[in-house]
Design a protein around this ligand. Structure first.
Ligand code: PLP
Length: 349
């Protein structure tokens, strides 16, 4: 007899992007981290953390962070549920909503963790394929009638985004819960936040990992009406947000000006990188995130990925038929982007 449930026995473990040992010569453009450091106020706050704070359990709902996020976003704090990264909130969502007779649907290819979480739950997965333009297949998604419909918007790995009005149309047609994973929303032009006010079955997920340069801190949050958040709260770990993450996250989210400055610089660098790669004959999907999906025309993506890696340049290659011959490249600092494009001038000819 197996030691594990059948769902776990057959599970392909989720494989995160490579994390090469931090060295001077590695340029890491494979996991969509922010190329800028977090707000200087985070550094200052970290220096003066009182270790006595660590003796006690943290606030179960990270209330100080909730209050700060509530002010910044202009939604009531009872509409915000913090978590240990948005991955934690996704876990809660799948635990609370899906099961053997309660399936999930999402357009694919997208964030691979959705499939992993579905498999753990043992729920049916209906993947609706994106076409090559990554237009939202809204009618097909609605027709599935799943307990959970989930959209990464902007999507990863394509970087493309559906408009708020397309999502609005989907929200009015979906029967179960509609989750909009807005991990990259600060780099885009629209958000589904207004839909949360109109619909009690819509939930938006945010994270400080990308826009706030705090992937190592592990802090994300959900925004939904209190009736929906109550279901998630039932399945969450009691102390899922640690005291340091809650405190530094509060400082970070309040520094709105810094976040705006950094995200604007990344958006500018994204359009420069896009046009340089187009000049080098790559196809580049229009991105609203801090990364771009590209298709080389003169060699295979896999060969290019390996050649870049041997030069200590890490980008993301997905060994997956629907992403055949593409690479996902995080927008780096100007210097990193320059090194990348100079290297690609040599390799892609
Ligand atoms: C990075 C990412 C996340 C995970 O964010 P964390 O807050 O670091 O857990 C969630 N969804 C998508 C689409 C992402 O790309």
């Amino acid at each position: 007899m197996s030691r594990f449930r059948p769902e776990i026995e057959s599970l392909e473990p989720y494989v995160p992007g490579e994390q090469p040992a931090a060295g001077n010569n590695v340029i890491k453009l494979n996991t969509n981290e922010n190329s800028f450091p977090p707000s200087p106020r985070v550094r200052d706050a970290l220096r003066v953390i009182d270790t006595d704070q660590l003796r006690r359990y943290p606030q179960p709902f990270a209330d100080d962070f909730r209050a700060a996020a509530s002010e910044v976003l202009g939604v009531d704090k009872t509409w915000i549920l913090p978590g240990n990264g948005s991955d934690d909130l996704l876990t809660q969502l799948f635990r609370a909503v899906t099961g053997p007779k309660r399936g999930v649907t999402y357009p694919a290819p997208t964030y691979v963790l959705y499939q992993t979480l579905a498999n753990i739950q043992g729920c049916a997965v209906t993947e609706v394929p994106y076409d090559d333009t990554y237009a939202l297949p809204a009618s097909q998604l609605a027709d599935v009638g799943a307990a959970l419909t989930i959209i990464a918007n902007p999507n990863s790995p394509s970087g493309t985004a559906a408009s708020p009005s397309e999502l609005g149309m989907l929200a009015s047609r979906v029967k179960g819960i509609l989750a909009v994973d807005e991990a990259y929303v600060e780099f885009s032009t629209g958000s589904a936040l207004d839909l949360v006010r109109e619909h009690d079955h819509v939930i938006v997920l945010r994270t400080l990992s990308k826009s706030h340069g705090l992937a190592g801190l592990r802090l994300g949050f959900a925004i939904a009406q209190p009736s929906l958040l109550a279901g998630l709260a039932k399945v969450k770990d009691s102390y899922n947000v640690d005291a340091i993450a809650a405190h530094l996250g509060t400082v970070a989210i309040r520094d709105v000006d810094y976040t705006r400055e950094v995200t604007e610089r990344i958006v500018t660098a994204r359009s420069q990188l896009t046009s340089t790669l187009e000049d080098l004959d790559f196809y580049v999907w229009p991105s609203q995130a801090n990364f771009i999906l590209v298709r080389p025309s003169r060699c295979s993506a896999e060969d290019l990925y390996k050649a870049l890696k041997s030069r200590n340049l890490f980008v993301r290659y997905f060994d997956e038929p629907r992403l055949a011959n593409t690479l996902r490249i995080t927008v780096g600092t100007d210097e990193e982007n320059h090194t990348l494009t100079e290297t690609l001038k040599e390799l892609h000819r």
